[in-house]
Design a protein around this ligand. Structure first.
Ligand SMILES: [Zn+2]
Length: 270
């Protein structure tokens, strides 16, 4: 594990701990919601790091194409952890009566904010698979800001300010769960690569003076693709010539677009 990763982990853990203490001891429901999502955030981070490492295991007997998509395990664990705490939060808010918020709550919320700010800035430098984690962590920052104001209002004026903010944060959590789940489904759907990747592959094939009959490409992870092309070659072309063309196309496509292309040939009629 890199020093950067360890630092992100420690910052995230410290931020979560500060919020849990502040939320439970100083009676802010808004900070309690924030604290529980921080715990989910920490679990999500560990899972993201774990599956990120697994995704680089080379192909083996049970994964002939490598393990890249296991990188999405981090997103799946993030969704589960946040969904679980969302349920716990709903039950707590339903059962809440009138309560008192201590002035220390906004102070703890501010400390949590500073620690998460550092964690998210660093995590974005690690990898693509950290994006869903970073989405939830950005929400941790938004939450921290809301909680600082809400718990301050709750301590100085009325607990209702704190309570309404807790409900608003919970609704936002459900919105995030929805958008991360949607993004995950989309990425797992064998979606075609961006237009410019398709165009580059088409251009490489046509520059070899063969006719492209069919091209199908799917995204494995963003920036990594796989697919098949059918090309037409003259009937009198030798096998060794056809092989050289195929090899040359495959190599340039791999180098320029990070796409593993399998090419099938079809003899032209003329
Ligand atoms: Zn395997």
């Amino acid at each position: 594990m890199s020093k950067l990763t360890i630092l992100v982990l420690l910052l995230s853990l410290a931020g979560g701990t500060v919020k849990v203490l502040g939320g439970i001891i100083y009676g802010s429901k808004a900070l309690f919601v924030d604290a529980l999502t921080s715990i989910a955030n920490f679990i999500a981070l560990i899972a993201t790091i774990h599956y990120y490492k697994i995704s680089f295991i080379p192909p083996d007997e049970d994964h002939h194409y490598g393990h890249y998509r296991l990188g999405y395990g981090g997103t799946i664990v993030s969704l589960s952890a946040y969904s679980f705490v969302a349920g716990v939060i709903i039950m707590d808010l339903i059962g809440a009566g009138a309560y008192k918020v201590h002035l220390y709550a906004p102070i703890y919320a501010s400390m949590g904010f500073a620690l998460y700010l550092a964690a998210i800035i660093l995590s974005r430098r690690i990898s693509e698979f950290f994006k869903p984690y970073a989405v939830f962590t950005v929400s941790e920052l938004i939450e921290s800001c809301v909680v600082i104001i809400a718990s301050l209002g709750g301590a100085l004026y009325n607990y209702i300010i704190d309570f309404i903010s807790a409900i608003a944060l919970t609704m936002y959590l459900f919105y995030e769960l929805y958008s991360v789940a949607r993004e995950l489904l989309y990425r797992l759907s064998d979606i075609a690569p961006p237009y410019d990747v398709m165009e580059t592959i088409r251009r490489i094939i046509e520059s070899h003076n063969v006719r492209l009959v069919n091209l199908r490409i799917r995204m494995i992870t963003p920036g990594m693709y796989r697919g098949e092309a059918v090309i037409e070659v003259p009937t009198d072309m030798t096998v060794s010539r056809a092989y050289r063309i195929i090899k040359s196309i495959e190599d340039s496509v791999r180098n320029k677009t990070n796409t593993e292309l399998t090419i099938t040939i079809k003899a032209s009629k003329t």
